[in-house]
Design a protein around this ligand. Structure first.
Ligand SMILES: Nc1ncnc2c1ncn2[C@@H]1O[C@H](COP(=O)(O)OP(=O)(O)O)[C@@H](O)[C@H]1O
Ligand SMILES: [Mg+2]
Length: 243
């Protein structure tokens, strides 16, 4: 009897201890995950600033310095060639500023909405590449707030950039499906595929954490369907009526 009672007490204590340990481990994992997400967000902000600063310095700064030289030449020589040169460098500077500002926030997004901005994004990539980019839209579009539209645009942009950079695909497709109350964004490529879990374990994939961060801020779910050699299909499902 005593042994049995002792056994039960021992078992209960042992069991409780195990449960506590498991809970602690879960909490530690969750904390590590949160920490990673935070680091990813901060680091990506830093990267973004670095990139904008480099863009401004290398393109706009360099071109304006050239214009200044050109102006000096022009005033001294009064030659038409010097005027033409300065004018063409100024044109380049203007389009460079346009590009930097469009990358920061495409004006199409604010003026015409998410679909238009994504369509334009695909068209621009198509012009610059030999891959096939398509944008498809299904269902009836609902106006959504600019803040959410830009988060969705950034997510699509990073997914497409990943497909361009890593997938070796020949075809990349963005699909936007409006299925009240859900909006489903799919980015699909026919490339080499990869394992999200593995990449995360390798501790790479700042971009992947950022994507998760953004989806989380929206309250959307992000699902990767990908296997080596079979392309990548990423689906974001967002309940836009809940916000
Ligand atoms: N569409 C894709 N096809 C194949 N591999 C991909 C794809 N997207 C991401 N990856 C892999 O996942 C890794 C992590 O992606 P990401 O976090 O965005 O980092 P990176 O800064 O390298 O783009 C990439 O380096 C690449 O190996
Ligand atoms: Mg990336």
């Amino acid at each position: 009897m005593l042994i049995l009672a002792g056994g039960i007490v021992f078992f209960v204590i042992f069991y409780k201890k195990r449960m506590l340990e498991m809970k602690l481990r879960e909490q530690t994992l969750e904390m590590e995950y949160q920490q990673k997400m935070l680091e990813a967000a901060l680091e990506s902000q830093e990267n973004e600033r670095r990139r904008i600063s480099a863009d401004l310095h290398d393109s706009v700064g360099a071109m304006l310095a050239t214009v200044k030289l050109g102006l000096g030449n022009m005033l001294r020589s009064g030659k038409v060639e010097d005027q033409d040169f300065t004018r063409s460098v100024l044109d380049e500077t203007i389009s460079s500023v346009r590009k930097i500002s469009r990358d920061l926030m495409p004006s199409t997004l604010a003026h015409y909405g998410l679909s238009a901005a994504l369509r334009e994004f695909c068209e621009r990539l198509q012009q610059a590449s030999d891959k096939t980019f398509s944008f498809l839209e299904e269902g009836e579009a609902t106006p959504i707030a600019l803040r959410e539209a830009s988060t969705l645009y950034r997510i699509a942009q990073e997914l497409v950039n990943n497909a361009i950079k890593h997938s070796e695909a020949s075809m990349i497709t963005i699909t936007l499906t409006w299925k009240r109350p859900q909006l489903i964004l799919v980015v699909q490529d026919n490339g080499i595929g990869f394992s999200v879990e593995e990449k995360k374990k390798q501790n790479g994939g700042l971009g992947l954490y950022n994507l998760e961060n953004r989806a989380r801020v929206l309250g959307a779910t992000l699902t990767y369907t990908s296997a080596p050699q079979s392309g990548t299909h990423v689906e974001l499902v967002w309940n836009y009526e809940k916000t």
